[in-house]
Design a protein around this ligand. Structure first.
Ligand SMILES: *Cc1c(COP(=O)(O)O)cnc(C)c1O
Length: 391
């Protein structure tokens, strides 16, 4: 298999190089308050047998990947939820069991290998928390130096992880969007590879591996895939994976992907309706999908449009309810952003055919944000002195 870059906006093709992040032609027209222009998609040139190895579909050779077991996450068949909802072919892909407990490891893994192959040992990024802790952990396995810019309200567990893995962490006085701008400036001056989501093409490409795994794990292609959305890279990666399989003639259709946003952080949803991205302040309990300006907005909207994808919104209270429903009926404990995808499924399930094969991706582990997890349940109000009090 051969690989090259193709601009997702103008289609110009380029050789894959470590110092080329976005299409030079389209990024000329980049405005400050809009998603990234000229995101480069990795194009496949060649063909493949159905027994392929995931590495065959990645643009960096297997020997450059660090020794850390990313991906190959379990596909659950949640019996109680199947019975309760009537969906006999409902599956949960639990990406919260990746080495750093989130889906972001898929992107970090490929970025790490790409940097290694390019002889680069410094990686810089902005993160709401998970991308940073993920790159820190994967970088630790690879022996790379990781520098992270985080919003000051990032959950403690994600900061603790990043520090334990040995990364350099800067908190910025502001939100993720400010951290993003700082990280770009930092890597422009200091060099190294920037892993910013949507900016580094390998982030989206790495995320496609979830769809390649679903192809291998399921008896046939899913009809619907639910995934939560902030910057729009995971949703793009999910579609890209199926798009590759379709191009190779290994599947006959691309699933309908539901991109699930939080009601008060819904920039992609609004842009689909109005045709333009507006930068307004957002907030949600699901910190990993709290994004004012979705960096992969143009690209995600295009892929969703090309493959009949849907964008829906869920409230914070339905996210907390879905988190508890999922945990208490299946044993899968997701962070709020992970549970948002499940909340989306619960919200629209009555519109779907019950025989449909549905996959909900849980993108992050619930222990990453214990403070939020305690909001959806009632904790014991006091300690008991003797067992007689409750017998
Ligand atoms: C990053 C993240 C998302 C959203 O991914 P985007 O590419 O920003 O849309 C969803 N869930 C979790 C747990 C995440 O860490």
């Amino acid at each position: 298999m051969d690989f090259k870059y193709g601009c997702s906006l103008c289609g110009t093709e380029y050789e894959i190089l470590s110092n080329l992040m976005v299409c030079p032609i389209c990024s000329e027209k980049q405005q400050p308050d809009e998603p990234v222009r000229g995101i480069l998609e990795v194009k496949l040139v060649g063909s493949l047998a159905p027994q392929f190895s995931i590495f065959d579909l990645l643009p960096v050779e297997e020997r450059y990947f660090p020794p850390i077991p990313v991906g190959n996450t379990p596909l659950w068949e949640p019996r109680n939820i199947r019975l309760k909802t009537g969906f006999d072919h409902l599956y949960i892909k639990d990406d919260g069991v990746n080495p750093t407990f989130s889906f972001k490891d898929r992107a970090s893994y490929l970025v790490s290998a790409f940097a290694k192959k390019s002889g680069i040992n410094e990686i810089v990024l902005a993160s709401t928390g998970n991308a940073g802790s993920s790159m820190a952990g994967v970088g630790a396995a690879a022996g790379q130096n990781i520098t992270i810019f985080l919003p000051e309200n990032a959950p403690e567990a994600k900061i603790a992880q990043s520090l334990q893995y040995g990364a350099t962490v800067y908190k910025v006085k502001g939100n993720y969007d400010l951290a993003y701008d700082f990280s770009l400036e930092y890597s422009e001056v200091k060099g190294g590879m920037n892993r910013n989501t949507a900016y580094n093409p390998m982030t989206i490409e790495g995320k496609k591996t979830v769809s390649l795994e679903l192809f291998k794990q399921m008896p046939s292609v899913p009809d619907y895939v639910f995934v939560s959305t902030g910057d729009g890279c995971i949703v793009a990666g999910v579609i890209k994976g199926f798009k590759d399989l379709f191009q190779l003639g290994l599947i006959g259709k691309v699933p309908v992907v539901y991109s699930v946003q939080a009601e008060n952080s819904d920039a992609l949803y609004r842009a689909k309706l109005s045709g333009a991205f507006e930068n307004i302040p957002t907030s949600t309990i699901a910190d990993s999908i709290c994004v004012d300006m979705p960096r992969n907005g143009f690209h995600a909207l295009k892929l969703l449009g090309d493959f009949n994808g849907e964008i829906i919104r869920v409230s914070d209270s339905s996210i907390l309810q879905a988190q508890h429903y999922l945990a208490s009926n299946s044993g899968i404990f997701s962070e709020p952003a992970g549970a948002a995808a499940f909340a989306g499924f619960l919200q629209v399930k009555d519109e779907l055919d019950r025989d449909a094969r549905v996959v909900v991706i849980s993108t992050g582990n619930g222990l990453k944000d214990v403070a939020s997890a305690l909001k959806g349940v009632s904790a014991p109000s006091h300690s008991i002195h003797s067992i007689q009090e409750i017998l």
